[in-house]
Design a protein around this ligand. Sequence first.
Ligand SMILES: C[S@@+](CC[C@H](N)C(=O)[O-])C[C@H]1O[C@@H](n2cnc3c(N)ncnc32)[C@H](O)[C@@H]1O
Length: 223
Amino acid sequence: MEQNYGTGMYDEKYSKKEETSPRSIVVYFIDNFLIPGQSCLDLGCGAGRHSKYLAEKGIDVTAVDLSQEGVRKTQQILADYPRSDALVADIHHLPFSDASFDSLISNRVLDYNDDHGLDTVFSEIVRVVKENTLILLTLRSTAQLPKQNETLTQENDLGGKTYQVQGGKEVGVYQHYFTESEIRRLAEDHGLTVEEIKEDQSENKYHDLKAEWQVILKKNSEK
Ligand SMILES: C[S@@+](CC[C@H](N)C(=O)[O-])C[C@H]1O[C@@H](n2cnc3c(N)ncnc32)[C@H](O)[C@@H]1O
């Protein structure tokens, strides 16, 4: 089955959706760790809710997403901020030089990968940020149950699981469920220190358990 990143589904969603507010974990990270005048890469920006908050806080934002519609909305939001911009790009092949950014956020974007894709994305993240950069990632946890239309395609030695969607609008999309030990190994393998990690669990309106890891990483300096 051909891999896709749900771009068609997201284009449709963002063309309808009204603006939504930034998530509290992202607000916490921006308010406590980022400094006005610094640059930040919003990796998988969606329709731009976190790019907007970053720009309002005086951070120079670069936002990327595969959804043309999401990028169009984000460009509109950033139009008043000349040092910020959004562009269509794949997070596996980022069109930026090494050490371009002072910080990076990525809210629920890395979930759409198998183990190989995750390794590539972590390498790209580490390449494009400067030494000592702080990175916020939110990642789906294995504590959350897969959906009925997801089939297990890969389970790694640390319990991280990749499912693939079998039908509907998201057919072929990978859905990764992370364990803490897997996140710690991905960090270590890519020269990152885990500064904070916590699991957040909540119920949606249908009483399904939603569970994610909220992780702050730091790129180690080269000795
Ligand atoms: C759950 S949404 C989150 C959007 C945004 N971070 C937010 O919090 O509102 C996931 C986003 O990741 C994007 N995405 C998934 N895989 C991608 C890839 N390989 N390259 C760029 N964007 C990707 C999707 O297009 C989608 O906009």
